[in-house]
Ligand binder design. Structure first.
Ligand code: NAG
Ligand code: NAG
Ligand code: NAG
Ligand code: NAG
Ligand code: NAG
Length: 384
């Protein structure tokens, strides 16, 4: 391109940016609605004008405030985020229900926020996304949340909520993301969740849930990720979990699951399997096998698995695995020496023999091979 041509282009660009500046200053309605701004300022006031909300400055347009979004044409506030605010205390502030256009409310990491979820939240029926996470809010999930039927995402993780996972959550038919992790929920995984046919992501880890892994999950065709880790779930892993197209992540570690892993899990879409710290037994070698094409990471440490690792033809995509604290015997699979493995742990088993291509592992911390019968070479003493 000639110099003069590019000069023209630059001029044209400047011209365009001028036009946009002019239309902005002539008041295209992309500014915050004054009524909504007043509401936000009274919320801030109610919270004691904390420094974390310093950007909520009465002298600036609230469209410029941190984590506030407004409607393109009307200027009404559509999204509020109160994030990483350690200086906010007391209950969830009032007045949010006066922001009728609110579709997204995100309260994240406000660790001194307390009290139960206030009743007026039931009037926020335009919400499609509600996050209250990393707070001290207490109480059961209130039944009025069932009125928020436009919700596609509900995240109440890392709070102090208790009681059962209520049946009325089954009325939130649009949900595709449900995260109730890290609370004190008790009882079974309620069957009412079977109505959530759009559910893609179901996160229930770190609660006190009991009972078996429910069968209704088989009906949820859009599930991509399940995390039930760190609960008190009992019984076996159901077969159907291996027959769910699109299910790529399954985390069931730290429960009291028993029995063998169903064979279906070895020919599934699963990429991430975490079954650590259970009482699972039998053969798990098929998870590692080349026929299990999609697998990337397998965590099965601290179980009762007992199988011969010697002749397993490791899946080509496998990036890491942890099989420590089982009763796996034989030698390390041949292909182990060729893989680009990020993180491996085979310690505390009954394995024996040379580490294939052991020179490659010379710099690896030998503890990942420790406490076996007679593994040798590589970072360990040479084989006899
Ligand atoms: C929902 O939003 C619309 C604008 O999109 C508004 O007119 C209506 O009042 C809102 N409804 C509620 C219950 O706030
Ligand atoms: C607020 O929460 C943080 C983090 O949990 C804590 O360190 C701090 O002491 C709390 N502040 C007050 C005044 O309670
Ligand atoms: C919710 O809205 C209704 C009317 O739509 C109103 O009567 C009620 O007072 C509002 N507030 C609460 C907390 O429900
Ligand atoms: C869901 O949102 C739509 C507009 O997007 C609104 O018309 C409808 O009333 C909302 N649903 C409920 C239960 O308020
Ligand atoms: C394997 O699991 C053990 C026990 O949970 C843990 O200490 C270790 O760090 C894990 N290894 C890897 C490579 O993640």
């Amino acid at each position: 391109m000639s110099r003069s041509k590019s000069y023209l282009l630059i001029l044209f660009g400047l011209f365009l940016s001028q036009i946009f500046d002019i239309s902005r200053s002539q008041g295209l309605p992309d500014f915050c609605n004054p009524y909504d701004k007043k509401i936000l300022l009274s919320i801030k006031n109610k919270l004691g004008n904390p420094p974390s909300l310093a950007s909520w400055d009465p002298n600036t347009d609230c469209i410029n405030w941190n984590d506030i979004r407004c409607h393109n044409n009307e200027g009404h506030v559509t999204s509020i985020g109160i994030i990483d605010a350690l200086d906010i205390h007391g209950p969830i502030p009032p007045f949010l229900d006066q922001l009728h256009w609110l579709v997204e409310l995100r309260i994240t990491n406000v660790p001194n926020l307390s009290s139960p979820i206030p009743k007026y939240i039931r009037n926020l029926t335009n919400l499609t996304s509600l996050t209250i996470s990393g707070t001290q809010i207490t109480g059961p999930i209130p039944s009025f949340l069932a009125r928020l039927t436009n919700l596609t995402s509900l995240d109440l993780s890392s709070n102090k909520l208790t009681g059962p996972i209520p049946d009325f959550l089954g009325r939130l038919r649009s949900l595709n993301h449900l995260d109730l992790s890290s609370n004190g929920f008790t009882g079974p995984v309620t069957t009412a969740l079977a109505y959530l046919t759009n559910l893609n992501n179901l996160q229930l880890k770190s609660n006190k849930l009991s009972g078996p892994i429910p069968n209704f999950l088989a009906q949820l065709k859009n599930l991509g990720s399940i995390d039930f880790s760190s609960n008190s779930l009992t019984g076996p892993i159901p077969k159907y979990l291996g027959h769910k197209p699109g299910l790529t992540t399954l985390r069931l570690s730290d429960n009291q699951l028993i029995g063998p892993i169903p064979k279906s899990l070895g020919r599934s879409d699963l990429a991430f399997i975490s079954l650590s710290h259970n009482k699972l037994s039998g053969d798990a070698s098929f998870l590692f096998d080349v026929a299990n094409k999609n697998i990337l990471d397998i965590e099965i440490d601290h179980n009762l698995f007992k199988f011969d690792f010697t002749n397993v033809d490791l899946s080509r995509n496998l990036m890491g695995f942890n099989v420590s604290h089982n009763m796996i015997y034989g030698s390390l699979p041949k292909r182990f020496g060729q893989m680009t493995i990020d993180s491996v742990d085979v310690s505390y088993n009954q394995l024996c023999g040379p580490i294939p291509n052991g020179r490659r592992f010379k710099r690896v911390n030998p503890i990942i091979f420790g406490h076996n019968k007679c593994i040798c070479g590589g970072p360990l003493p040479a084989c006899k």
